[in-house]
Design a protein around this ligand. Structure first.
Ligand code: GLN
Length: 488
């Protein structure tokens, strides 16, 4: 294992804390020092309340001293994507619209996290309102990929991925509407997990596309992701789409390597446009599972090619409605130049939303407008059902599905900014998972010849996160890709 404290896993740190070989304040100080020495290069954070972080670490040590430790996450830093509400902390969604907004309450997942004793770390950069795949759509700054500072870290949870990869936090939370946890995790060489829709409360997660959004953990290992998931999963009456289901002990379950699951390999994910090195790494992973005694089954998900267009109808439609609340009247940026109240809406939104957000609002308003509703929105909803049915049919013969996470590795900053379609196509392998509401994970599965990380995606049945995490853990435990560290 790496010797630096800030590169240890939460599981290891948790045992050091329990044995009294490390204090939460020592841990926080080490990660803070690391952050100070590398973040001018990485730019993972939007804001950071150091005093509050150290205070939480101190409280954790005091609890432990009294024998009142709250469990394995007590004292472990967890950085938070700047899209989740933390009471009395800024919440910007990387938008000028919310530049001065302070959250009045805690998101449910933050509330739960606090009950585990985790140290709520800094607030992380992202694409504005989670719209993007590179973190270049942040209104404040771009985050760099720790593996190559000229490259993007992925997005929209780019800060969440980069900070863990660079040792600036032990764990982080991201959100995933079409791939925003899994794609940056793949690009930064870490684990990113999007749970089944409804497993984690969305209360306090700023809405982008409500039928697709999910919060999820990002970590160095599958075990760590399971640990963080354990802390935040579960029914919440404050989210009407939250699902009542038994939450298993993920950490226990994922150690059961005896059962050999059936793995589906969809032919549609290996066609043209996939980088040969990514294809090879995925084939190698499949071979690994075969050697371990897993059944590999060829499957088909015939509507895959429709996922990106369908997503950009549904997600933009929902975004146009969700973002209508930013009107300059209540809690947002307000234009000084308006002549009357209608002009105030126009000027406020014109000034404070970035290009990509505007593009989505316009597109979403268009597909919902009377006259086009049936042709676009309704049709997209029907195809969404077909996409989900494809998965459900496949799951009659397999337990999990393996694909690459992305068609290519991290790209250079600026490369796709002028071409939104190119940018959208980056999520081609992750988007269907959100449309179908399924759990999906990206785990480190290799490096390209230019030393950029490659991610393997594993997709599971609804609410079968334990099974999915177990399969992922088998690969993760038998490989050392996640132990490599970027040279920064
Ligand atoms: N990249 C996709 C988009 O731009 C997905 C974003 C996300 O998952 N939040 O919409």
């Amino acid at each position: 294992m790496p010797e630096y404290i800030f590169y240890k896993t939460a599981t290891e740190l948790s045992s050091l804390l329990a044995k009294g070989e490390l204090s939460a304040v020592e841990l926080a100080t080490s990660v803070l020092e690391r952050t100070k020495s590398v973040d001018d290069k990485i730019n993972a954070f939007i804001s950071f309340d150091e005093t509050d972080a150290l205070k939480q670490a101190k409280e954790s040590d005091e609890r432990r001293k009294k024998g009142e430790s709250l469990g394995p996450l007590d004292g472990i830093p967890v950085a938070i994507k700047d899209i989740l509400a933390i009471k009395d902390q800024p919440l910007t969604c990387a938008s000028k619209m919310l530049e001065n907004f302070v959250a009045p309450y805690n998101a449910t997942c933050i509330e739960k996290l606090k009950q585990t004793g985790a140290v709520i770390w800094g607030r992380l950069n992202m694409d504005e309102f989670a719209m993007g795949s590179s973190t270049e759509n942040s209104a404040f700054h771009t985050t760099s990929n720790p593996w190559n500072l000229d490259c993007i870290p992925g997005g929209s949870s780019g800060g969440s991925a980069a900070c863990v990869a660079a040792g600036e936090s032990i764990l982080s939370l991201g959100s995933d509407t079409g791939g925003s946890i899994r794609q940056p995790a793949a690009f930064c060489g870490i684990v990113g997990f999007k749970p089944t829709y409804g497993l984690i409360s969305r209360y306090g997660l700023t809405a982008f596309a409500s039928s697709l959004d999910q919060v999820g953990p990002m970590a160095h290992t599958v075990e760590d992701a399971a640990l963080l998931l354990q802390g935040i999963a579960g029914y919440d009456a404050l989210d009407s789409t939250s699902f009542k289901t038994e939450i298993p002990n993920y950490l226990e379950e994922i150690k059961n390597f005896d059962k050999k699951w059936k793995i589906g390999v969809p032919k549609e994910y290996f066609g043209d446009g996939i980088d040969p090195e990514i294809r090879q790494a995925t084939m190698d992973a499949i071979e690994f599972y075969e050697k371990q005694g897993y059944d590999i089954v060829d499957i088909s998900l015939p509507h895959t090619e429709l996922a990106v267009p369908v997503y950009y109808v549904i997600a933009t439609a929902e975004a146009s409605s969700n973002l209508s609340r930013y009107d300059g009247i209540r809690y947002t940026h307000r234009s000084n130049l308006a002549s009357d109240h209608v002009d105030l809406y126009f000027k406020t939104r014109g000034e404070a939303f970035g290009e990509e957000v505007k593009r989505r609002i316009i597109l979403g308003t268009y597909v919902l407008s009377s006259g086009y509703y049936d042709a676009y929105y309704l049709r997209a909803q029907k195809i969404r059902t077909l996409i989900r049915n494809d998965f459900m049919d496949a799951f009659k013969s397999v337990d999990v599905i393996i694909t690459p996470t992305t068609p290519s590795a991290a790209f250079k900053k600026g490369d796709k900014v002028e071409d939104p379609l190119e940018m959208y196509l980056n999520d081609i392998f992750t988007i269907s998972v959100n449309l179908a509401g399924l759990p999906g994970i990206s785990i480190p599965s290799g490096f390209t010849s230019s030393n950029l990380p490659i991610g393997l995606q594993i997709i599971g049945k609804p609410y079968q996160e334990a099974e999915l995490l177990t399969v992922a853990n088998v690969f993760n435990s038998e490989h050392d890709f996640h132990l490599k560290q970027p040279q920064i």
